[in-house]
Design a protein around this ligand. Structure first.
Ligand code: SAM
Ligand code: SF4
Length: 356
């Protein structure tokens, strides 16, 4: 559907967990408070939301987190999401630590592509940035995804300036692995507020100086806001997601679902549309229905499984109401973010809760 500014919104990022097996210092350093599992949406609830999304033209989904692969049942969830009528694409953003052991199953489940976050090609620096992560595991994950024929892209948050070798090493790694790489500006969300970032536009100028003949690559590379370039002699493209120095709000196509059931129209602001009242009411109705029918009390997910499977008016009514709330979130999308304005960012949640 279109929002108030004529933008086509067809993409939902779903954070399925706020937990993670890494502790990236700009995202989720030690000490961050974890949301209890009882407050995290069940897969059944997320699938209902996704189904409601398809009814208003949202057909592409990104599974993210926290780290999506640490949540039990993630692959089964991907399979069910991908097979919902109307779903055209399911992709994932992961830190890659658990990708090697899951790549083949993810492909079999129908995953269309994966973005692997990798901010450095140096093992020691990787350990520092991620709070102890092993770079070799991520590289094995990328190779396994490629072996399973899942298209891979690298996401690299720009933590260091132009005098650093970091981006050069990542670029060489991308070339060696034959994967596109996107350099992402650090956004003032969560712990990202406390660290200096580096401008994607400055890096682009530097690359243009270093690689004369570099030119824009206009082929479609994904759903996102990245601007891509081709470097002569490179088999891969280099993308820039410059939220701050290259604002792309005019072409924004997305909304976000937090792991707790809040729809976020824009990354920058704390405003949300809360889907939980609708979902909780449906679960209560379901449990009450089971009790009245003399069935044993079911857990939240089981109650929801029944509700999702039910073909009666209740399930249809819930989907209609959910679609209405999702449309409301789309219509509440602001024209643009205000990352550059002091005091303008009202989002208090961390990126691990939002999903990036
Ligand atoms: N754990 C997965 C991963 O790292 O890919 C998925 C979740 S993570 C929150 C999604 C993306 O957000 C990662 O690429 C991460 O680097 C990026 N990210 C986290 N905090 C950020 C910030 N403040 N600014 C820009 N990107 C950020
Ligand atoms: Fe975990 Fe991803 Fe955040 Fe790193 S960026 S702490 S891997 S959620």
């Amino acid at each position: 559907m279109q929002d108030r500014y004529g933008r086509k919104i067809d993409y939902l990022r779903i954070s399925i967990t706020d937990r993670c097996n890494l502790r990236c210092r700009y995202c989720m350093p030690d000490g961050i408070e974890k949301v209890p599992m009882s407050r995290i949406l069940t897969y059944e609830q997320i699938l209902l939301i996704a189904e409601a999304c398809t009814r208003i033209g949202i057909t592409k989904f990104k599974v993210t987190g926290g780290e999506p692969l640490v949540r039990k049942g993630c692959i089964g969830f991907v399979r069910r999401l991908r097979s919902l009528p109307g779903v055209q694409q399911v992709t994932m953003t992961t830190n890659g630590i658990l990708l090697a052991e899951n790549a083949a199953a993810l492909r079999e489940a129908g995953l269309d592509a994966v973005n692997v976050s990798l901010d450095t090609a140096d093992p020691e620096r990787f350990r520092q940035i991620t709070g102890g992560g092993e770079l070799e595991k991520v590289l094995a994950g990328i190779r396994a995804a490629q072996d399973s024929r899942i298209p891979v892209k690298l996401n690299t948050v720009l933590l260091s300036g132009g005098d650093s070798e970091e981006w050069r090493d990542v670029l060489s790694l991308a070339r060696d692995l034959s994967v596109d790489v996107r350099f992402i500006e650090l956004m003032p969300i969560g712990f990202g507020r406390t660290l200096p970032g580096f401008s994607g536009e400055a890096l682009l100028s530097e690359l243009e100086r270093e690689f004369p003949g570099m030119e824009p690559d206009t082929r479609v590379h994904g759903n996102g806001p990245a601007r891509y370039y081709r470097i002569p002699g490179f088999p891969v493209s280099v993308g820039f997601i410059s939220a701050i120095h290259g604002k792309f709000c005019a072409s924004c196509n997305r909304i976000r679902l937090t792991s707790q059931g809040l729809l976020k129209p824009c990354l920058c602001y704390g405003d949300t549309v809360d889907l939980r009242p609708l979902l909780n009411r449906a679960a209560e109705d379901c449990s009450a229905g089971s009790a009245a029918a003399g069935k044993p009390a079911a857990g939240a997910d089981a109650a929801f499984a029944e509700s999702a499977a039910a073909s009666g008016d209740g399930a249809e009514d819930l989907l209609t109401r959910l679609s209405g709330e999702i449309s409301r979130a789309v219509l509440e999308k602001p024209a643009q973010h205000c990352f550059g304005r002091d005091g303008g960012v009202t989002e208090e949640r961390g990126m691990s809760q939002i999903g990036g």
